[in-house]
Design a protein. Structure first.
Length: 82
């Protein structure tokens, strides 16, 4: 499962870099990591290329716990406040 987040005015690549190594996020879909083109999945759900480029993805798996999500959300929110 994936959660895609788009925050206007935030450069997704810079934002992700600023959070490493605390949490790991991605600007591409799991099936297209490393590709330069925007995600066809994000385009298919209605995001234009610009919105797709500034969004980022949080991957959730069967071992992702509520506690991990709480910590990850706090880290993201705290970074956005600064």
């Amino acid at each position: 499962m994936n959660l895609n987040i788009l925050i206007d005015g935030i450069d997704a690549d810079d934002f992700i870099s600023s959070l490493q190594p605390k949490i790991s996020l991605s600007t591409s879909s799991a099936c297209s990591t490393g590709e330069i083109e925007t995600s066809h999945v994000l385009n298919a759900i209605g995001l234009d290329d610009e919105k797709a480029r500034i969004s980022f993805r949080i991957g959730l798996g069967r071992f992702t716990t509520k506690d991990y999500l709480k910590v990850a959300i706090k880290i993201i929110v705290d970074k956005l406040k600064n």
